[in-house]
Design a protein around this ligand. Structure first.
Ligand SMILES: *Cc1c(COP(=O)(O)O)cnc(C)c1O
Length: 370
């Protein structure tokens, strides 16, 4: 079965092998050397002043960011489940929350952010997804961050890049905290999250907040290539293998380029079948289609063609399907995925099969003439 859900993503054989060694003690020079190498690669990936690895799923890093970087009121962007989560984290931690809510296909507008910030001087942090995975949406985070910093440079910009880091180049000039998670674009099992921090963020963290998620204790330790509590050793060993594989394959720039071309080729091939792309500003991390037969298409993909794609949650349950674009994806697998969607449409009596999806996919991906 091909796993094409936008998280978890498949873990490649070399990474599984790397993680199958005997358990290493985390307070040893051997592990510290691995930790140091991993950090170096992460600085290259994040382009931030500091990087911190936590033994938690992505939500742990979201909570660490909110409690350490927001001391008064959080402005959160809710165009889906993950944006909604930031608001819930703020409230659960006794912080004030102001939310800008939109339909799951609609990115936040810069004007709405600017207005909210100008109207409420208590807002000291903004949390937003770069790629909102609920509907496969790309928010204009870099532009939003720039506009906010022009109004008040002390406002912290928390960017959830769990389905963006490793997918596309992110301009971190005005971002204070950039979050990633192991089981999405980093192609690892779940359980490790990473935060990239700006120097202003480190300043705001100060003595830190919370206990396990206190970023001050982690910053202090991780600068010395160790962690405050037991490190997720196996996952970090796996992460180093992933980052070294990306390096060997031409580096992150090559990965961003191939991801963008593949996402474009998939989008165009599905549109050529008459399918509709759900978000008005699609993220490169996944291709999201809204369709009245979304459930039937997913079922056929799984049962007849061995392809597992994700559906929708809440009010989008049965209304969308999402195809992963994150990670090192063999092109022949993706060619099979778009072909399977076309075959499924034929089986549903929607459209007679004629090979259009693969034709359009190949034309764009391989740049062959039409
Ligand atoms: C998956 C995801 C999360 C949550 O991560 P968990 O690892 O499930 O805690 C947060 N934000 C986005 C955008 C995600 O895709």
């Amino acid at each position: 079965m091909l796993l094409f859900t936008p998280g978890p993503t498949p873990v490649s054989q070399n990474v599984r092998n790397a993680m199958s060694d005997e358990t290493m003690h985390h307070r040893t020079p051997e592990f510290e050397a691995i930790f140091e190498k991993t950090r170096k690669h992460l600085f290259n990936l994040f382009n931030t002043d500091e990087v911190i690895m936590l033994a938690s799923s992505g939500t742990g890093a979201m909570e660490a960011a909110v409690i350490n970087l927001c001391h008064n009121t959080l402005l959160s962007v809710n165009s889906g489940k993950f944006g909604e989560r930031f608001g819930k984290i703020a409230t659960a931690n006794g912080l004030q929350n102001v939310e800008i809510k939109n339909e799951w296909n609609t990115p936040v507008s810069i004007e709405a952010i600017v207005e909210a910030v100008k109207n409420n001087s208590d807002i000291d942090a903004i949390a937003v997804q770069i790629s909102e995975s609920a509907g496969g949406l790309r928010h204009p985070v870099e532009e939003l961050a720039k506009a906010v910093k022009e109004i008040n440079s002390n406002i912290m910009i928390i960017a959830d890049g769990i389905t963006a880091v490793g997918v596309e180049k992110i301009d971190v000039t005005n971002i204070d905290c950039l979050i990633a998670g192991s089981q999405k674009a980093l192609m690892l099992p779940p359980g490790l999250s990473i935060l990239g921090l700006s120097n202003s963020a480190i300043e705001k963290v100060g003595a830190g907040k919370g206990y396990y998620l206190n970023l001050a204790s982690e910053i202090k330790k991780q600068k010395q290539n160790t962690t405050a509590y037991t490190a997720a050793t196996t996952l970090i060993i796996g992460l180093l293998e992933v980052l070294e594989t990306i390096e060997k394959d031409g580096g992150v720039e090559a990965l961003y380029e191939i991801t963008a071309i593949r996402a474009e080729a998939v989008k165009a091939s599905l549109q050529a079948l008459g399918l509709h792309v759900y978000p008005t500003s699609p993220a490169k991390s996944m291709t999201t289609i809204d369709d009245e037969n979304a459930s039937e298409i997913r079922k056929l993909l799984k049962e007849e063609f061995d392809v597992n794609v994700a559906g929708g949650q809440d009010h989008l349950k049965g209304k969308i399907f999402r195809i992963n674009q994150m990670g090192l994806i063999p092109v022949y697998e993706m060619a099979w995925v778009v072909n399977s969607v076309e075959l499924a449409l034929d089986k549903l009596g929607r459209r007679t099969y004629d090979g259009t999806a693969n034709k359009v996919f190949n034309e764009i991906y391989f740049g062959v003439s039409k």
